[in-house]
Design a protein around this ligand. Sequence first.
Ligand SMILES: NC(=O)c1ccc[n+]([C@@H]2O[C@H](COP(=O)([O-])OP(=O)(O)OC[C@H]3O[C@@H](n4cnc5c(N)ncnc54)[C@H](OP(=O)(O)O)[C@@H]3O)[C@@H](O)[C@H]2O)c1
Length: 244
Amino acid sequence: MELTGKVALITGSTGGIGSEAARLIAASGAHVVVSGRNPERGAATVRAITETGGSARFVPAELTDLASLRRLAAEAGDVDILVNNAALFPGGPTTSQDVEAFDAALAANIRAPYFLTAALAPGMVARGSGSIINVSTMAARIGMAGLSVYSATKAALESLTRTWAAEFSPAGVRVNTVAPGPTRTDMVMDTMGEEGAQQIAKTTLLGRLATPREIAEVIHFLATERAAYLTGATIAADAGRTAV
Ligand SMILES: NC(=O)c1ccc[n+]([C@@H]2O[C@H](COP(=O)([O-])OP(=O)(O)OC[C@H]3O[C@@H](n4cnc5c(N)ncnc54)[C@H](OP(=O)(O)O)[C@@H]3O)[C@@H](O)[C@H]2O)c1
């Protein structure tokens, strides 16, 4: 199997896109460190992997908390594949944005991937290989009313992808972004509801929501050597929403 012997840490893998990515990456032979805040959902993802012959363990983390983030990095150990997937999704007009939600989004969506990468990339550099995958959004590239903080944090993450590629790829570590379009997960359905989600889905060229599995397939691809010549790239997995 193409990821046998590799260790993957996937933040936000207790649900949604991250959980699907964890299953795919584990099915390719990697040991997966599943992470998130909710131990029951973490155990469910680990169970889904181990019951199908894969290898995984759960390490809890609250990504807005630097001490928790550092514990996660230490407990994960040597990581070959890092998927910076977990994110907060604050919504609302700029004129009424509250400061606490603004700060929490910056902490979870920028500071956490930043310091997790800072902790784990040196090991990849020393081993001469690795794949870091940042999960962004189509909203980083287009103006979507009510998504100011979220979009700005993801645009920053896409910028970090390019910087980290410049810093780490000469040592063999690839760094890429997947930028999904609207996907049927709790993040979207709980905040927008079916009708709101369908309205955004209709703005894509394929006219529908993605399944979490469809986005996870792109993450999985970037984790493997099939993507060996890709670094510093942002892959739009958005049904053409940002193409026209
Ligand atoms: N769904 C979409 O339409 C869409 C579109 C574009 C981009 N994306 C991006 O895709 C990624 C995954 O989103 P999703 O839709 O799969 O979301 P989701 O279903 O809501 O899952 C989010 C994951 O992040 C974890 N998480 C949230 N806050 C956390 C925190 N403070 N500390 C640690 N873990 C935390 C959650 O776990 P716990 O609850 O266990 O903490 C969960 O595992 C995000 O980066 C999102 O921005 C999603």
